[in-house]
Design a protein around this ligand. Structure first.
Ligand code: ZN
Length: 113
């Protein structure tokens, strides 16, 4: 007997075994097993797949790239320091030009030009 798992998001669809393509910070990590809703398409990953994703991200050196930063005052400007590991990942160095622009009120994009 197959027990159908209802999707906890839409509560209409059933969860089916499948694979999802995972990425982190725009870097492809590969395909991982997941339960996928046949209605809304939401995917759910189990603990084991989570660990595999974490392992892969660590292997690629992108694990833990997101960091909380403190904004400090410098004259009339505000300064945010770019942590070394993020600078390495972005390949951004002192003297480089970057473009900073808001994307709504809660998010800003920092683009290497
Ligand atoms: Zn669903």
């Amino acid at each position: 007997m197959v027990i159908e798992m209802k999707c906890p998001i839409c509560e209409k669809g059933n969860l089916r075994k499948g694979e999802v393509e995972e990425e982190m910070f725009g870097v492809a990590l590969g395909k991982f097993p997941a339960e996928i809703c046949n209605k809304c398409g939401e995917s759910f990953i189990d603990e084991e797949a989570m660990e595999k994703i974490e392992h892969k991200a660590k292997e690629l050196g992108i694990w833990g790239l997101a960091e909380k930063l403190k904004v400090v005052k410098s004259g009339n400007s505000l300064v945010v320091r770019i942590p070394a590991k993020i600078a390495r990942f972005l390949d951004v160095r002192a003297g480089n030009e970057v473009l900073l622009y808001p994307e709504g009120k809660k998010k800003a994009v920092f683009e290497i030009t």
